[in-house]
Design a protein around this ligand. Sequence first.
Ligand code: NI
Length: 144
Amino acid sequence: MFRVTRRYAFAASHRLHSGELSAEENRRLYGKCNNPHGHGHNYVVEVTVRGPLDGATGRAVDIAALDELVARDVVRPFDHRNLNREVAVFAGVVPTSENLGFEICRRLKRDWNQVFPGKWPKLEKIRIGETARNIFEVSADEIE
Ligand code: NI
């Protein structure tokens, strides 16, 4: 069984602010990330796929097919966007990298069979690098 990781990137802005918390609680919890005018990140998204080696192709995953899926579901809808205002799900969900990871995983799982109709490969996990120091990882198996 192979695990293949492909790295993608997009730039987006966001503001961390929860409607379930007071203004003061938001400031205390999120600090400068609660700035009303938002701020940006150069996000790096690593998509890890697992599957057996295909004897005919010598590959475990069709990278071009994966690229097409990630471009359609993640890079094009998120790149150079304000996540809070331009990505519908984040109108009501705080666009932390945890929630961003959850949303990316949910989208890829939703459309996976269109691109990979066979038993393999499967989506294993995604990792989001929000900054050089903040890495967030979510396993596809743990998401509905
Ligand atoms: Ni931020």
